[in-house]
Design a protein around this ligand. Structure first.
Ligand code: ADP
Ligand code: MG
Length: 608
């Protein structure tokens, strides 16, 4: 006997509204229907396990998806708990449809419905995004239950009739709408299934083949797993990637539920970071790989999966950020990652150092962006010097204490950003017994600023920021062989020879072995210039300023005497030659200046 009824919702034409607002996400209908089939199967297994269902489970509990292009049908079948006619009325007509009404009312104005649809009991309803008639043919697991058939054509009216279905379970039959032809293509369906259903906990069969891995390793206990299991799974997630460096198995059930595996990728360069994204699952159903807000930003550099039914997907982004579960998840993940790094560092320092090249950007980014992470990472964040030795910050402090403490009692840490270009300065520093750090990645300029803020009484200077004596100013002052008069005279000669107001000339008592002229850019000036280059806030005006340099003339160098004693017309020429040599050593000599230098050099050689 057929029963007809009207679905009680406020909006008469709710279907077209849903269809319109979910336009871009039509494909998720399959995720929703397959998840329902999986839920129904798992419910039956649970009932059987606790003895509430005494019948046979049957051999084949697979969920089966099939498509009939000619007949324009997609069918999703399961051998789960099924529904009685009464249950259809309750769960489909009332609950699913009231969820839909609620959804439309709340989210009319928001286009990103993908994330919210499942949360409103809107799952089943999404079938109408691609079908103009949906049919449920189902038989409940309960003893003596009668099979029922429900049909709805997308209006608010439905029909329930008895069915001759013999087997327990549910078939959902979609009669695909004219504008949804794409979903009749098996290849398209396969793509959707692999995207969303790849790790569903019950086997899903499509075209005679199981398309999912029902027991992904994140659901298992770490004690059951080998390194190979982890690398194999990584490969399953990101088929063409290099093997990961190491991983963290996440597992927490209080105060929120979360499992997952985060991998530290091996990366070739800093721009490759975001290629493979962390995938977010809810009970093994793929939700999204846009994990922004759920995972702290610096951790988005990692790969892997996070599975949590406690991440609210039914809210807008701003709400998500304020959500207390999300905040706790953030804190938890940050802590786990820091603990893991610390553990590797403690257990196997050599191994950790070998990986430092690959993980340093990540650790530094974390230290820069997250105070809590910094507090932990300060003990395992490393500095590398030019000899290739690694130090924690504490260790480095002790290492340079004796030799690199200036007279104002500040430590000065020297670093290079380019060993080739700054070679002369590095050599000068090393001749003094100073240590030079290698800080040459893009993130290092920010990292340096952070170190100075965090470390007490410590300054960082690039090796070429000043002459060696001034880089680290010590008590002892060098004697100057020149008189005040000679100094003034010399300064004038050089200023005239250089003839450039952006070159600030000073005469310094350097060692006779040092270069006769040394060109440096002050640390603060260079940093501001760098910031302007990378678009640093408020520094844009610096970018337009001409480069200005300090020119230190070594008053103690033998050629200075030669300049002072030379005939007037030769003085400037020799001074210019010495200045050009300094430019040359820094790769700053080019064009007409270089041509003039070469010509002058030839003349000077000829004279000898
Ligand atoms: P949700 O899955 O969030 O509960 P849905 O709209 O997807 O919401 O489904 C509504 C309800 O319909 C389910 O809770 C379930 O009771 C019932 N249902 C849907 N599909 C099936 C199925 N294949 N087998 C048994 N019950 C189902
Ligand atoms: Mg559902």
């Amino acid at each position: 006997m057929a029963e007809k009824g009207t679905i009680s919702i406020h909006t008469e034409n709710i279907f077209p509204i849903i269809k319109k607002f979910l336009y871009s996400d039509h494909e998720i209908f399959l995720r929703e229907l397959v998840s329902n089939a999986v839920d129904a199967t798992q419910k039956l297994k649970r009932l059987s396990a606790i003895g509430e269902y005494k019948g046979e489970l049957g051999e084949d509990l697979k969920v089966k998806v099939s498509v009939d292009k000619e007949a324009r049908k997609i069918i999703i079948s399961d051998r789960g708990i099924g529904m009685t006619a009464e249950e259809i009325k309750k769960y489909i007509n009332q609950i699913a449809f009231s969820g839909a009404t609620e959804f439309v009312e709340k989210y009319k104005d928001k286009p990103d419905a993908n994330q919210i649809i499942g949360q409103f009991g809107l799952g089943f309803y999404s079938a109408f995004m691609v079908a103009d008639t949906v049919e449920i043919n189902t038989k409940s697991f309960q003893e003596g239950a009668e099979a029922a058939r429900w049909v709805c054509d997308g209006s608010t009216e439905f029909e329930i009739t008895p069915s001759d279905k013999a087997e327990r379970g549910t078939d959902i039959i979609l009669n695909v709408a004219a504008d949804s032809d794409e979903f009749l293509e098996p290849a398209r369906l396969r793509t959707i299934l692999t995207k969303y259903c790849k790790f569903l906990p019950v086997e899903v069969e499509f075209e005679g083949e199981v398309i999912n891995n029902p027991n992904p390793i994140w659901t298992k206990s770490p004690s059951e797993l080998t390194d190979e299991d982890y690398t194999k799974f990584y490969n399953e997630l990101y088929p063409f990637s290099e093997p990961p460096l190491f991983w963290i198995h996440l597992n927490v059930d209080y105060p929120f539920n979360l499992t997952g595996i985060l991998y530290f990728p091996k990366i070739k360069n800093e721009f490759e970071f975001t290629k493979n994204k962390i995938q977010l699952y809810s009970k093994q159903v793929f939700i999204t790989d846009e994990v922004k807000d759920v995972v702290p930003e610096f951790l988005m550099l990692l790969h892997g999966v996070i599975d949590s039914p406690d991440i609210p997907l039914n809210v807008s982004r701003s709400f998500l950020q304020a959500d207390s579960n999300v905040k706790k998840i953030n804190t938890y993940i940050t802590k786990k990652v820091a603990d893991k790094l610390n553990e590797i560092f403690k257990k196997d320092r050599a191994g950790y150092e070998a990986k430092w090249n690959d993980i340093n950007v990540f650790v530094k980014y974390g230290m820069l962006s997250d105070e809590k992470f910094y507090d932990k990472a300060k003990d395992f964040g490393l500095l590398q010097n030019l000899e290739g030795k690694y130090f924690t910050m504490e260790e480095y402090k002790a290492f340079v204490q004796a030799n690199q403490t200036a007279k104002n009692e500040n430590q000065v840490w020297l670093y290079t950003t380019d060993q080739e270009k700054q070679h002369a300065f590095i050599e000068a520093a090393q001749n003094r017994g100073y240590d030079v750090l290698k800080l040459d990645s893009v993130i290092d300029s920010h990292f340096i600023g952070m170190l100075e803020q965090k470390l007490e009484k410590t300054t960082l200077k690039r090796v070429d920021a000043d002459t060696i004596d001034k880089l680290i100013e010590k008590e002892e002052t060098k004697d100057m062989v020149l008189s005040e008069d000679e100094k003034t005279k010399l300064k004038e000669i050089f200023e005239k020879a250089i003839n450039n107001t952006n070159m600030m000339v000073s005469v310094e008592p350097l060692s006779p072995e040092d270069q006769p002229v040394i060109i440096t850019m002050p640390e603060f000036m260079r940093r501001m210039k760098d910031m302007a280059k990378t678009g640093g806030g408020g520094m844009m005006f610096m970018g337009n300023m001409p480069d200005s340099y300090n020119v230190s003339v070594n008053g103690n160098h033998p050629i200075i005497q030669r300049i002072l004693k030379a005939r007037d017309e030769s003085k400037e020429k020799i001074a210019r030659q010495a200045f050009d040599l300094a430019l040359l050593s820094q790769n700053m000599l080019s064009g007409a200046a270089l041509t003039a230098f070469v010509k002058r050099s030839v003349e000077l050689i000829e004279k000898e």
